[in-house]
Design a protein around this ligand. Structure first.
Ligand code: HEM
Length: 390
């Protein structure tokens, strides 16, 4: 048996973040993203989109998980959790890359990455304790409050330690993944005018139906859930981005008890299996000769009117597969569609000349140097009725 967590703890929290959490996303778009981008466009200054998106999705995931007013997050973010996060990731990666005895020795001696890791975990622990105490005083509709009411299979409420791990799991799982996916998406779209035009046409067609011909009304408010739900081509472009640039480029599983893979490989209990999600997305045998091309169309039905992922759920594993598929998948698509529409409907993006877009070796597929762009206001036109479908 192969599992993704040694103690199987994550299995108790199959609570799906529902679309009703969309308001958090729209609030941060209105109160933060548009203000920053409008100013940059007006002043002709560049913006590091990856950095901005990391902050934005952090605010969203805080709102979703703790019900905290996201305006609190930027003040806490740079000083504590963000710095902590940049320590957690390399330290975890080292544990995966180097022989077990090495990091265990460092842990015992309290040196190097293990020392930084322990300090950072304490910061996270304090933050989670504060958040939990606050929710106990004033429960709300956030995920933490929901889990506080839930009971385990024996009918007991979850203890604080488990609640904190659940909350942390959501924050870690939901923050970087969506923002790096969005960064790669914007970069791909900047380089593929044909796809950008189709995306704008699709969003415009939907908004013309829901908000009328006055294009000013299209950019006054972020998308509603129903409007976002209708964006089939955009979903295909996001899935295509995740195929080529999966936010989690490789994943690993622990072997809980002796097992054998379908190809006959024996897996002794206690070993770790690592697999490359990045490579699965770029295999000719799965995606064909054009596997390295950015082609959202491969995700559409023959008529082009439906999103159609591969029938075999293990061919596209950017969200993992099987019973442990990402719990935030639908929310992630919703959030990404809202942010893309909020940005692309208002602006045309161009890469800052000389800026190098490179991958960073990390548990998350960051852009090493960020994504520095200039923004120019976009002139929107209402499409003729016949061009409604993308
Ligand atoms: C583009 C965005 C995202 C990608 C690519 C992604 C990818 C993944 C992957 C690969 C896993 C499996 C990890 C493993 O094997 O241990 C996972 C698990 C998970 N994700 Fe996501 N994720 C995304 C967004 C989100 C968001 C926004 C949330 C929360 C709102 C979230 C919550 C979770 C949770 C709770 C799990 C653990 C599920 C379990 O173990 O049963 N994810 N995600």
């Amino acid at each position: 048996m192969v599992d993704s967590e040694e103690d199987g703890c994550a299995r108790v929290h199959h609570e799906n973040p529902s679309p009703s959490h969309g308001p958090w996303v729209n609030r941060t778009i209105r109160t933060r993203l548009w203000i920053i981008l409008d100013k940059a466009a007006k002043d002709h200054t560049s913006v590091d989109l990856q950095d901005l998106l990391l902050r934005l999705t952090f605010d969203n995931i805080c709102g979703l998980t703790f019900g905290k007013d996201p305006r609190l997050c930027p003040s806490i973010y740079p000083k504590t959790l963000s710095r902590t996060h940049s320590i957690l990731q390399p330290a975890t990666l080292q544990r995966l890359l180097y022989p077990g005895f090495l990091w265990r020795l460092k842990k015992i001696l309290h040196v190097g990455a293990e020392r930084r890791l322990r300090k950072s975990l304490q910061v996270v622990e304090n933050y989670m304790t504060e958040a939990l105490d606050a929710r106990k005083e004033t429960p709300s509709d956030d995920l933490l409050s929901r889990f506080m009411k839930k009971r385990d299979i024996d009918g007991n409420l979850f203890p604080n330690t488990v609640l904190k791990r659940i909350a942390l799991n959501f924050v870690l799982a939901g923050r970087d993944t969506s923002s790096v996916a969005l960064s790669w998406f914007f970069w791909l779209v900047m380089n593929t005018t044909r796809v950008e035009e189709k995306i704008i046409r699709e969003i415009s067609a939907v908004l013309q139906e829901t908000r009328g011909k006055d294009t000013q009304k299209w950019i006054e408010e972020p998308l509603t859930f129903d409007e976002a739900d209708r964006l089939i081509y955009l979903k295909a472009a996001l899935a295509e981005t995740l195929r080529l640039y999966p936010s989690v480029p490789e994943d690993f599983k622990y072997v809980v008890s002796d097992d054998v893979l379908p190809d006959g490989t024996a897996l002794p209990s206690g070993s770790t299996v690592t697999y490359s999600i990045y490579s699965v997305g770029r295999m000719k045998s799965i995606w064909g000769e054009d596997c390295l091309e950015f082609k959202p169309e491969r995700w559409l039905s023959a008529g082009g009117d439906r999103f159609e992922p591969p029938k075999d759920g293990y061919k596209f594993v950017a969200f993992n597969g099987g019973p442990r598929t990402c719990l935030g998948k639908d929310l992630a698509y919703l959030q990404m569609k809202s942010v893309v529409s909020a940005v692309l409907l208002r602006y045309r993006l161009s890469l800052v000349p000389g800026h190098r877009v490179e991958q960073k070796m990390s548990l998350t597929l960051f852009m090493k140097n960020g994504l520095k762009v200039y923004l120019k206001p976009r002139q929107l036109v209402a499409p003729p009725k016949a061009a409604v479908s993308a």
